[in-house]
Design a protein around this ligand. Structure first.
Ligand code: ADP
Ligand code: MG
Length: 300
């Protein structure tokens, strides 16, 4: 494309909320044959809400909530906010004696798994199956049943272990963006395939993929794993676009032929991307591809 065509496209993009950082992405986007989507915050709204809580043995619910919230207080993960909000409501409803959370000591973030720390005299772990396994907390039948039942309904389960025993869990839902299904089917109609990559578990991820028509799912993927999936597709000669919002998506955004960051996402993702979708609307993935097509064919 001519420098003028690139300038025109960049200007048109900007006026539509599609920020194109360089001519390179613009010259490749029309060739994209697969779009890889992150799940949380990209396909979903990214504001998860706790819809149910359960105890696996007799334990005060307010205390379970307070311990979990205290452990999550320093986490920046959207799931942490969901648990803190829920705990606050429980505290207000049940008039917990403590009006603020206890402090957490030895706080640790386990990427793609959860958080751990000491709250008062209790050792608390909040996260998924993988985290519980790391801490040798066994998942009994009741826990497994609760998890599978909720995952079938596209909910993510956050487990809470207190002193090494799984005491309770939260079921969290994060609704998909209203335009997600429409965008996926439009991409398919253009001969472009769709893939989901997520750090979340396979059952939850599959339930969401089904809901919006995504072809292929890679679950329990860490940041390096997301980038590797892209490089392997590229080796097969496929031009790949990646859409993501998180720090954990930045290696993949950089590896993709065209990296598109959700405007509401983290700064790290925005920096790693070639194109920023200012409105955080998935329809602008298609806008970006169209801008590229027009630039190449010079049909302004
Ligand atoms: P995604 O790729 O979907 O954005 P992440 O890689 O951030 O997901 O997290 C993967 C999984 O790790 C989550 O679905 C959750 O089960 C667990 N997890 C990560 N951070 C936390 C946290 N702070 N609290 C509870 N669970 C967490
Ligand atoms: Mg995300």
């Amino acid at each position: 494309a001519t420098p003028t065509a690139v300038m025109v496209a960049t200007g048109k993009g900007a006026s539509q909320g599609v920020l194109i950082k360089g001519g390179d992405a613009l010259e490749k986007a029309y060739k994209v044959k697969a779009v890889i989507f992150d799940k949380t915050g990209t396909l979903t709204i990214g504001k998860p809400v706790v819809v149910s809580a359960v105890l696996f043995y007799s334990y005060p619910m307010e205390e379970l909530c307070d311990l979990a919230a205290a452990a999550e207080a320093n986490s920046e993960h959207p799931l942490a906010k969901a648990i803190m909000d829920y705990s606050k409501r429980i505290r207000q409803t049940f008039g917990s004696s403590a009006d603020h959370l206890q402090e957490v000591k030895d706080f640790e973030v386990h990427t793609g798994a959860g958080v751990t720390g000491k709250v008062g005299e209790r050792v608390v772990a909040v996260g998924n199956r993988k985290l519980m396994k790391t801490f040798n907390a066994t998942l009994g039948r009741k826990v497994e049943d609760y998890i599978s039942e909720n995952e079938r309904q596209a909910r993510t389960c956050v487990l809470v272990a207190i002193d090494g025993k799984v005491a309770g869990a939260f079921a969290v839902t994060d609704p998909v963006k209203p335009e997600a299904g429409r965008v996926i089917s439009f991409l398919h109609s253009m001969g472009i395939s769709s893939v989901m990559v997520t750090g979340d578990n396979l059952s939850t991820a599959t339930a969401i993929a089904k809901e919006i028509g995504i072809h292929k799912v890679f679950a329990e993927t860490d940041p390096a794993g997301k980038a590797k999936i892209i490089r392997e597709m590229q080796k097969e000669g496929i031009t790949v676009a990646m859409v993501g919002d998180g720090i954990n998506d930045s290696p993949a955004l950089a590896a993709a032929d065209v990296g598109l960051a959700i405007g509401a996402g983290t700064d790290v993702a925005i920096e790693a991307a070639d194109i920023v979708l200012i409105k955080s609307n998935l329809e602008d993935v298609i806008t970006a591809i169209h801008l590229s097509k027009k630039t190449i064919s010079r049909i302004w």
